[in-house]
Design a protein around this ligand. Sequence first.
Ligand code: PLP
Length: 372
Amino acid sequence: MSQSFLPPTRLLMGPGPSNVPKRVLEAMARPTIGHLDPVFVAFMDELKGLLQWVFRSDNTLTLPVSGPGTAGMEACFVNLLEPGDKIVVCRNGAFGQRMVEMSERIGAEVIVVDQDWGRAVDREAVARTLAEHPDARVLAFVHAETSTGAVSDAAALAALAIEHDCLSIMDCVTSLGGMTLEVDDWGVDAAYSGTQKCLSCPPGLSPVTLSERAAEKIRARNYPVQSWFMDFSLVMNYWGGGGKRAYHHTAPVNALYGLHEALLILKEEGLESAWRRHAETHQQLKRMLEGLGIEFVVPEGERLPQLNAVRIPAGIDDAEGRRYLLEEHGIEVGAGLGPLAGKIWRIGLMGETCRPESVTRLEQGLRGLLGR
Ligand SMILES: *Cc1c(COP(=O)(O)O)cnc(C)c1O
């Protein structure tokens, strides 16, 4: 007879998922109720309020898309782009590349602004490209490039979109909850995130928020959204508020309990305090790594506090080193992606994982690995 699966306890210091507090797991174990139950509908309104709070936005169109970060990403692209629309995509890592691929599948005309992996998006290059393409409808960029550990100036990029009369799509999967992020102040039109990075929730939901300008674009579309499941004009009949909750798809009830609890925990700490905790713990990690002679990939000033890309120490095998940390120390660190595979490790300090104790434990693991 098969047995229940009992996973080991790990210290998750990779690019996500991050560790999940017991309170969130307990919330998810509460009784499942109907997703159209009046009690659940009231709960959804509260959850929407918490999402607006964490995004720093008053957007009515704010909801958790059922699916991981990539689902929220695809939802934003299929709703805001139509075949033939011109989009400018900033590509400085794997997630920018994913944006390009999604836009191409939609049949959009894609203009790419490339930047070296490991660097921030170059604002001037984006400004030049937008000036050369006055018919561009959308500007898309990744705030926190988890594949390389680089942060870009999202406020400046969103301002460029406004200046050039484009809608902006911002990937904030890794930045939300981990660093300064202001959807309304920056004037971002569409932002999507994920639950398993700095929100410390299991993977499976993607918080999304859309401005009134973005909603207008969706209403004015010439073609229906190609994806029925992700068509926001349909989803909003369920999440839209105003009391009328029509069936669209069965909401992942217990996953939503978890997200609600995770946002409550963040609210108790305070958003600015959480941002500060990420910045301070990153400094502690940096001192520890430098003490061991381990080098960062991204220049100082463009580094993400919550995702630290470092060169694999000399003489250490990529897979073998990560296996040692996982099996001997219970610590997961991430491998490199694309051109950085085999060259770097990605050390996450996201959400619940972002504690001084995590840095101390990793130091022990790395000392064991390096024999020091
Ligand atoms: C993790 C991540 C995604 C994708 O999220 P999934 O939940 O893995 O689908 C997208 N963009 C960035 C920047 C990410 O870090």
